[in-house]
Every structure is written in C-alpha cells, then in structure tokens.
Design a protein around this ligand. Structure first.
Ligand SMILES: *[C@@H]1O[C@H](CO)[C@@H](O)[C@H](O)[C@H]1NC(C)=O
Ligand SMILES: *[C@@H]1O[C@H](CO)[C@@H](O)[C@H](O)[C@H]1NC(C)=O
Length: 477
C-alpha cells in the first residue's frame, strides 16, 4: 500500500513534469511558427509560390533573438558543444597589423566540417585579412560567421597580386549567415584616386614610394556566390575598394539591419549588387556610397526591398542591362518605403542600346526623395563612358508602376527615355507629388506608354496612353 502510494505520487510528479514540458515546448513551437509565418508571408508576397519555411532571422528585431538562440543551441547540441571556432584560437593576432589570413582560413576549415557551426570574430580586435575565400561546396550546411570585431583589408599592392575580383568571398554554401555588430573595412581610399586619367609621371612617383602599384582590377569587398539561404545582418561594410556587397547566383537571400558607408565621391562603390539571384529581401538598412545604393542586374527576380535609406549615392537602379548586345531579364522587383536623400537618381531603370530581353513586374511604392536630381527615370539610351553604339534592338520594359512618390528634386522630376524600336509599355503613375527647386525641368517622355492613375504634381502630360504594341512579341525570359 505504502509502495503503491509512492508510485502514485511519483506518477503524478512525472505527469506534472510532462504537462509542464509539453506546454513549454508547445509555447516555443507556437512562438516559432508565428515567426515562420511572417517570413512565409513576405516570401509569398513577392514570389507568389510560397517557398519553404525558413528560420533565419530578418528585420523582425523583436523575434530575432529567440530564433537565433534556438538555431545556435540546436547547432551546438548536435556537436556536443564543440561547434564554435574563434579565430583567436587559430592564431589570429587581431592587432590590425599582423596578417591574420591564415588563421581565418584555418578557423573556416574546421567550421566547414560541422553542421551549424559558428566562426567567431570577437569584438575589441582589428584583423588584417587579405583576399580570402570561405568556400563550400563540401562544407556542412548552416554555418554562421559571427562578426563582432573589425576586419580590415591590406592596402599594400603586394597583397593583391595582379588583381582580385573580390576581397572576402563566401561560395557554394547551403545556409550561410554573416551577422553581428562588427565591421568590414576595405580601406578603399588608396584605390579610389587611381583613375585612368592619372598622369603617368604621378604614377611612377606612387610606384616608387609604395614599392609597387595596385592592380587595375578593384575587388568587391564582400561577395556571395552560388549559395542558397544566405543571411547578412547587423554588420557594417565601409570604404570598399569597389562594390561593398555582391550576390551572384544566390537564392533565398536576406539582408537586414546593414550599414554601408563610403564617401559620395568614391568611384564605383555600389552598395549592394544583385546578379542572377532570386528570392531576395533587403530591409532596414542604411546605405551611403559613391554609386548605386542598390543595383539589380540581369537574372534577378523576386526582389523585395523595403525600409532602406539611400544617400549619398546614385539611387536604386535596375541595370544597366543589355551591354554589348547581351540579353537581360529582370522581373518581379518591389521597392517600397525607401528614403533617398541627395542622390543623383531616385528609382531608375537603365538599359544599353542593342540588348535584348525583358524587364517586367516592377513596383516602386512609397518613395520619399529629398533633393534628388531625377527621382523617376527610365533610360534606354544608357551609356557609361566607353563605346556607346546605337542599336535598333533593346531590352524591353513592360509593367513599371510608381505609387506614392513624394518629395523634392533639383533637376527633372520624371525622365522616361524609351527605345524607338521597343517603347516602354504599362508604365503607371499613381500619386506623384514632386516639388522642384527653381530652374528645374519639366517631365520628359519619349516613347513611353501607360496610364496616369491619378493626377500628378507636376502634371506628366507626356506619358502616352494605351499600349499600341500589345501584339509585339517580347523575348521570352
Ligand atoms: C513573377 O510573378 C508572377 C506573378 O506572381 C509569376 O507568375 C512569375 O512566375 C514570376 N516570375 C518569376 C521569374 O519569378
Ligand atoms: C546615334 O544616334 C544619334 C541620334 O540619331 C546620333 O546623334 C549619334 O551620332 C549616333 N551615334 C553613333 C555612335 O552612331
């Protein structure tokens, strides 16, 4: 009897623990589902096909911590707590002078073998790292690069050989996250002055004083290539040699809470450059640079950009597309809740003459411009120095919607220069309120067809209504 009562008591305790644990895990699951659902919604929103659920954090700051922790602890649990690889443990000095490239490479090689591992670059140190590739394809998935310290690029010509396309590269990975409060600094100023018009005598002087010359190929500071499920969050990328951050041939990319910073007169320092990448979200970020804040190139589709500040810089651009008679395809791009200040352009589509392909399904919505030269631009006669030839073919542009574009401009409010052979079609303007500084120009249109959904300020009478080219077959993309 005594025994039975004890058992009963024990059972009750176990049952109680079970209920407690179950309700706790239910709570966790429930919380996680909520987060997932929001990601799913966002993906649905711009992709339409509802891709698989993802757990990586995005701009939802409130929930990010919970998700991050559950992922990290999951990673460690499966590796018995050995999934962290601190670069200091691999011989990095972090004194800003010693070359720490080998230590970073060693830390990566260890992390690469462990699913869900973490490479730690701790705060309080400055790591000098030369050109480096954190490369799959034989790495385990879901590696996190926890960047809380500062990584600086070498400025001596000897570190760059005959030229590199990128400084820090992550390639062929499945699930790669770069996050933290740290900084990647390209120390690009030594590259920026090196314009092709430099006087040869000056160059020789430079050569003698620095013991060599920087190669003419300038590297992108941080590049992701051929990877799926890429997250970049929290970090600062500054003073890049050329573009700051590039995604090429990646899918399911999330960029959030990023700071990009370079002077407005630093040449070719694009903020974020997308190419051949699908299903991309860029949110809650500040971008100041010397070229396009975001540049969307061929092969990009399902791109959703929101809550981004741009300036100084050249604005947010699709293109230039179709250079050297190439075929270019960009579709389903939404840019919304964006502020542009003191930029050359606001939202722009630019194509070279002679190309082929198609830009379609574009929405620019809730764009606030302040002292922007040309807030709204389509330029199918784009030519960036060099060989500019006239061509009768063009990258077609169809379905470009501008909704709620407000603020001030200094040159031209709306500039639509469309192709003679392939006019722009389906261009709509809805709630445009733009105020020019004194002496600014009227809206300009050439071969631009579409619809004014509302009256606009200033009036854009030059947009022609209808679509006389419906029967025209576009290149399939
Ligand atoms: C673009 O969106 C449309 C409509 O949601 C969809 O049918 C199409 O497949 C998308 N295109 C690409 C390349 O994702
Ligand atoms: C291209 O066409 C324009 C306008 O017809 C003309 O002024 C210009 O000279 C041409 N450029 C070339 C390189 O043929």
């Amino acid at each position: 009897m005594e025994m039975g009562r004890k058992n009963l008591k024990c059972l009750t305790t176990i049952a109680f623990i079970c209920v407690f644990v179950c309700s706790f895990s239910f709570h966790c699951c429930h919380a996680r589902k909520t987060v997932d659902y929001r990601h799913w919604q966002v993906h649905r929103h711009h992709q339409g096909s509802g891709r698989s659920l993802r757990l990586t954090g995005s701009g939802h700051v409130g929930s990010e911590g919970v998700v991050g922790t559950s992922l990290a602890s999951k990673g460690r649990a499966t590796n018995g707590g050995s999934g962290n690889f601190n670069v200091l443990d691999f011989g990095a000095k972090g004194d800003g002078e010693t070359d720490d490239t080998k230590a970073f490479q060693s830390a990566w090689e260890s992390a690469c073998n462990v699913e869900g591992s973490v490479v730690e670059v701790p705060s309080g140190s400055e790591f000098l790292v030369g050109p480096i590739s954190f490369s799959g394809p034989n790495c385990q998935p879901n590696i996190m690069f926890q960047l809380d310290g500062k990584i600086i690029a070498p400025t001596s010509p000897s570190a760059w050989g005959s030229g590199m396309l990128q400084w820090i590269e992550f390639t062929k990975l499945k699930g790669i996250t770069v996050k933290g409060t740290g900084t990647i600094d390209g120390q690009g100023s030594v590259w920026w002055n090196d314009s092709p018009t430099d006087n040869p005598t000056d160059k020789n002087l430079d050569k003698e004083s620095s013991g060599g010359e920087l190669p003419s190929t300038k590297p992108t500071a941080l590049r992701f290539y051929g990877s799926d499920e890429v997250t970049v969050s929290g970090i600062t990328i500054q003073n890049s040699q050329k573009a700051h951050l590039k995604f090429d041939s990646c899918t399911a990319v999330q960029v959030s809470s990023l700071t990009i910073s370079s002077p407005g007169d630093s040449p070719n320092t694009d903020g974020i450059h997308l190419q051949n990448s699908q299903n991309v979200i860029i949110s809650n970020s500040n971008i100041a640079c010397g070229d396009d804040c975001i540049s969307i190139q061929t092969g990009s589709s399902g791109v959703y950009i929101h809550n981004v500040n741009c300036g100084p810089g050249h604005g947010i651009s699709i293109g230039g597309l179709g250079r050297d008679d190439t075929k270019a395809c960009v579709s389903n791009v939404t840019v919304r809740d964006v502020k542009l200040q003191n930029t050359m352009n606001g939202v722009r589509i630019k194509t070279w003459q002679g190309g082929s392909g198609l830009v379609q399904g574009i929405l620019f919505s809730n764009i606030q411009v302040t002292d922007v030269q040309t807030p709204i631009m389509i330029d199918q006669y784009y030519c960036d120095g060099g060989r500019c030839h006239n061509g009768s073919s063009a990258v077609a542009i169809s379905g470009v919607n501008y909704v709620n574009i407000r603020g001030t401009y200094t040159s031209t409010p709306v500039h639509f220069a469309c192709s003679d052979s392939l006019p722009c079609t389906g261009v709509t303007l809805d709630t445009i309120q733009l105020e020019g500084s004194s002496g600014s120009n009227e809206p300009f249109c050439w071969k631009a067809y579409g619809e004014l959904k509302t009256s606009t300020v200033p009036p854009v009478d030059c947009l022609q209504s209808g679509n006389p080219f419906k029967a025209q077959a576009h290149d399939s993309c």
